[in-house]
Design a protein around this ligand. Structure first.
Ligand code: SR1
Ligand code: MG
Length: 419
């Protein structure tokens, strides 16, 4: 029996057999027995397999048995999967688990259930969602999910509004701010997203044929830098709500029926618009990929989802504001409009920074990098760069979903002229 009283990395891609043995022991150690969150495993038929799809930071293993029990074990390592040179606190696993538990209360059924988390091994047991697909993978296959806008807008409205100062008791909210402050992970966002795509960095991943365009449009635009500086300092200073913090399509499990949001280790108290902007940006990456194979039906669906996600978010946010806000000063006439105006400005701004950082920063997205044809990849990347600039520089112009899709179409026309 392995010793689980001291941290070691249990999930090792270079040793699948060793991983399987240790993870089965660990799963039994943590979940065997009866009662809530216990699982009655059929030990003889248990398997533990590392899935092919993985995020940039952590290690995941899927545990199953012949009776249909299943569970994901997720473990943090001190160096990140994306780069041996990068580290982040092992405590991120507790952080993610506790945020998922809170989100399960705020948006029931919309996140995977956490069976346990363990601060010694920096690991958690999470509901197996293998009857769902990671949405980024589904987007690469150009799959269409008509329910996406309805569900993602509900998730964002509930988790953002209910964790904010306008709804929560201020003292309880400040306890959450204290609990979920993660300097290591915030630092990644502050540098990778809100600095390096503009000031340049050796670790930026720029598609070489696009380098001159990036240097001119992103590195060389001082007006853009000023707006991004404001967004960066808002991200650092405005503890508005408990964000997911990395709400891209790789953080969403989806199927024909519904979705579950996961992977919230970048969760932090910051402006709500960071999450809402991320969703819009990631639909634009999917659109760019759709263009590369002239898949009009898929491109139209991504545009429709941008419009509906945004418009439904605004409608639901306004309605739930009236239903849930407890802070007397937030009920003063005009404050709600002021609050929503700022949120919508931020949505546009952070949609822009996500578009830029995933196109030229360290962590790219497969929607763009998998486009083999050089001209088609250039077109998709330039649409992201130009629409992102439009969002950042003209934040107050984005008040309806159709404002976003009109900007994408303008960016398409402008990008085509450059190729
Ligand atoms: C160093 S981690 C790079 C990126 O991967 C995560 O998914 C976050 O988006 C982070 O910015
Ligand atoms: Mg992630």
């Amino acid at each position: 029996m392995s010793d689980f009283s001291k941290y070691f990395l249990m999930i090792r891609e270079d040793d699948p057999e060793g991983t399987e043995k240790v993870i089965i022991e660990y799963t039994l150690h943590m979940t065997k027995g009866t009662g809530e969150n216990k699982i009655n495993w059929d030990e003889a038929t248990m398997r533990a397999v590392i899935p092919p799809e993985h995020g940039n930071l952590n290690h995941v293993c899927q545990v199953t048995d012949g009776k249909g029990n299943k569970l994901f074990i997720k473990q943090a390592s001190d160096t990140l999967r994306i780069s041996e040179d990068m580290t982040a606190t092992l405590d991120r696993n507790r952080q993610e688990s506790e945020i998922l538990q809170l989100e399960e209360k705020m948006a029931p059924g919309m996140v995977p259930h956490i069976y346990f988390y363990d601060t010694v091994m920096s690991a958690c047991g999470m509901e197996d969602c293998s009857d769902y697909e990671v949405m980024r993978g589904a987007m690469l296959k150009h799959k269409i999910y008509p329910h996406f806008a309805e569900n993602i807008s509900t998730f964002m409205v509930e988790t953002l509004l209910l964790s904010s100062d306008i709804v929560m008791d201020h003292r309880e909210k400040k306890e959450l701010v204290r609990k979920f402050i993660t300097p290591d992970l915030d630092d990644i966002t502050e540098k990778l997203v809100l600095m390096e795509p503009y000031l340049g960095a050796d670790r930026n991943n720029i598609f070489e044929p696009n380098r001159a365009f990036v240097e001119q449009e992103l590195y060389g635009d001082e007006a853009l830098h000023l707006e991004v500086s404001k967004l960066k300092f808002r991200f650092m200073c405005d503890a508005q709500a408990l964000l997911h913090g990395d709400l891209h399509t790789g953080s969403i499990f989806i199927n024909e029926k519904d979705l579950k949001v996961f992977d919230c280790e970048f969760g932090t108290y910051a402006p709500m618009g960071y999450d809402t902007g991320n969703v819009i940006a990631n639909l634009i990456f999917a659109y760019g990929n759709g263009l590369s194979t002239d898949d009009t039906a898929f491109c139209d669906w991504t545009m429709d989802m941008i419009e509906k996600s945004f418009d439904l978010f605004c409608e639901k946010f306004s309605r739930r504001y009236d239903e849930t806000v407890t802070e007397p000063m937030a009920k003063v006439r005009g404050f709600k409009e002021h609050y929503i105006e700022n949120l919508l400005n931020d949505t546009a701004g952070y949609a822009g920074t996500e578009l830029h950082r995933r196109t030229v920063g360290m962590a790219n997205v497969a929607d763009l990098t998998s486009i083999e044809d050089e001209k088609k990849r250039l077109l998709a990347e330039r649409i992201c760069i130009l629409s992102g600039k439009d969002f950042i520089l003209n934040q107050t112009s984005f008040r309806k979903g159709s404002d976003y899709t009109a900007a994408v179409k303008r960016a398409y026309d402008a990008a085509r002229k450059t190729i």
